[in-house]
Design a protein around this ligand. Structure first.
Ligand SMILES: [Zn+2]
Ligand SMILES: [Zn+2]
Length: 122
């Protein structure tokens, strides 16, 4: 006899769809297929020691750790913060310098205009 639904993992088979769906949610089936909490694959859990994220695959965890590590390192890296501050200060100095030049030009322009006005008025 052929069965409509066949679970080779549990050697369970049925023709009743409801029975089948019920079987899919049984602890036995979940344990066998590795979806249950208390399954035999529990040792295969990989945990990121930085943010305690859990990964089922070693690769996934390893890849996450790489990203997780670099972002945190960058944030706590005092050298890169110093470098960033350096750039900000330098930019600030340049802005200040530009402002000074601008003011100098403006002053000389105003002086010129004032000079020409006073000359014309005479
Ligand atoms: Zn099953
Ligand atoms: Zn992490």
């Amino acid at each position: 006899m052929e069965f409509k639904y066949d679970c080779s993992d549990c050697s369970y088979h049925t023709n009743n769809q409801r029975d089948w769906h019920r079987h899919l949610s049984t602890i036995k089936h979940l344990t066998v297929t590795g979806f249950a909490e208390n399954n035999t694959n529990k040792d295969n859990k990989y945990v990121c020691d930085k943010c305690s994220k859990e990964y089922k695959s070693k690769n996934g965890c390893w890849y996450h750790k790489k990203i997780c590590g670099t972002t945190q390192d960058d944030l706590s890296d005092s050298d890169s913060i110093k470098q960033m501050l350096d750039i900000v200060v330098k930019n600030n100095n340049r802005m200040q310098h530009m402002h000074n030049e601008y003011m100098k030009n403006m002053t000389s322009l105003i002086n010129k205009v004032e000079y020409s006005i006073s000359k014309n008025s005479c």
